[in-house]
Write a protein that binds this ligand. Structure first.
Ligand SMILES: [Zn+2]
Length: 441
């Protein structure tokens, strides 16, 4: 029975022999309208003639990666049991900064009142620690709680940290490539895709990196998140770079928001500096290293390792060849999303195996390296949207020890994205100063 509590799954997704039981509810998989069908797993509408099967039923192409759902099937579901209070061991011994504590308290109040909230915390603020108090409260109240992220690497990092704080609590990590079979737990860490398999399951749902791909502007995952929570529940959005949609909800007072403008180490966010770099694209394509990039790299590498963000893989590969000739004595590598050695290279960079790492936007979030400076090469390129630039700048100075890391945007035309990224960072620093969350350097 437990296996189906709060779930919405197809017959072949069920592990135990529970479907015989009478209490089990069968929910429709599709809703038919005149010309369209709506998939009730992912909420998407399709033209009937586009998704008709030979047997005259319909299937959904949008959530195919979870397994094919068609209108001749049904979902199996059981409602969550009523929450019962219990004692839950809380194994966290750290302390929160003043700023973190305020946000943690506001979050708890939202959870207690089944309200939604956005937590806008700058990169490197220490977001995870602020969740522990509310997770503990929820578990003790008998609630079911999920921490979800669009990015599997974020889930992989979050899960052991949360497990360490609640070592006696049974918990599960769910993502597309997991091998462990599903089982019922009150504490779930999962990718946002996995939420499509839940129905009115969670009293509290926390979505980390809510502005990241693939969650951002994704109607299917948004539908999944809203289906996964109980009618009376608390939906918490965590982000360092909120989307326009979330910000406008905040402005209209439709979403309560906590802002944490300072990092836990009480230093301000590094403000990116801009440098004019004419014809950066042509120069690299012709096999030359732009003079500004050369000078800057030489300067920055005296104090820190250097991460160079490139707007395209093609350009990055050309630049890699050029820099290898210019810096023959320096350990150097390049990494992008399709690189099979991606994880190894990131690990090697963490262990300081390279002095220079060229990267696509893949490393814009979710990674922390010790002692680095960052250059965004061709920062006026379209791939570098405001959120990407704020996240990239946020890679620098995340550790407790100060290494004078710098952020540079090399461009040949200031874009709105560059200007608004710098403005946003400065605004957060000012807010942090006003609230007394920074130490004098
Ligand atoms: Zn679907």
């Amino acid at each position: 029975m437990e296996e189906l509590w709060g779930r919405k799954v197809l017959l072949d997704e069920i592990h135990s022999a529970v479907v015989e039981q009478q209490a089990i509810r069968q929910l429709p998989t599709m809703q038919e309208e005149k010309q369209h069908v709506r998939c009730l797993r992912c909420g998407q509408f399709h033209l009937k003639r586009a998704v008709r099967l030979p047997n005259q039923h319909y299937f959904c192409p949008d959530c195919l990666q979870l397994s094919r759902v068609s209108s001749d099937q049904c979902f199996y579901h059981l409602p969550e049991p009523f929450p019962t209070k219990r004692a839950v061991f809380f194994g966290w011994e750290g302390t929160l900064t003043t700023g973190q504590q305020t946000v943690s308290d506001e979050l708890l109040a939202s959870v207690q009142h089944f309200e939604s909230r956005m937590i806008w915390a700058v990169t490197g603020a220490g977001k995870t620690e602020m969740l522990f108090q509310s997770i503990h409260y929820s578990l003790e109240a008998g609630y079911r709680i999920a921490v979800a992220s669009p990015r599997v690497d974020v889930c992989l990092e979050l899960f052991p940290r949360i497990q360490a704080v609640f070592p006696e609590e049974s918990s599960i990590l769910l993502h597309g490539k997991m091998e462990e079979p599903y089982r019922y737990t009150k504490l779930v860490v999962c990718t946002t895709h996995q939420l499509l398999r839940f129905y009115e399951a969670f009293d509290v749902l926390i979505i980390d990196e809510v502005d990241a791909f693939p969650f951002v502007n994704n109607a299917m995952l948004d539908y999944g998140a809203k289906q996964a929570v109980k009618p009376q529940s608390s939906l918490i959005y965590l982000t360092a770079t909120p989307t326009k949609g979330l910000l406008s909800l905040t402005k209209q007072n439709q979403l309560q928001t906590s802002i944490l403008p300072a990092r836990y180490h009480r230093r301000q966010l590094p403000v990116p500096k801009t440098k004019w770099c004419p014809n950066w694209r042509q120069k690299v394509q012709e096999g030359h290293c732009p003079r500004q990039l050369m000078r800057l790299t030489k300067e920055l590498i005296k104090n820190n390792d250097v991460l160079i963000f490139c707007p395209s893989i093609h350009l990055m590969e050309r630049l890699e060849e050029i820099l290898r000739k210019k810096f023959p004595e320096t350990t150097l590598a390049a990494v992008h999303s399709q690189d099979p050695a991606r994880l190894e290279k990131v690990m090697a960079m963490r262990k300081k195996a390279y002095r220079i790492l060229l990267t696509s936007t893949i490393l814009e979030r979710g990674v922390t390296f010790d002692g680095i400076s960052v250059i965004v090469f061709g920062a006026n390129h379209d791939v570098f949207a405001t959120a990407a630039l704020v996240q990239i700048a946020g890679r620098v100075d995340r550790r407790k020890t100060y290494t004078a890391g710098e952020v540079w945007f090399l461009h040949n035309g200031l874009t709105t994205a560059i200007k608004s990224a710098i403005k946003q960072i400065k605004k957060m620093n000012l807010l942090a100063k006003e609230r007394g969350l920074l130490d004098e350097v």
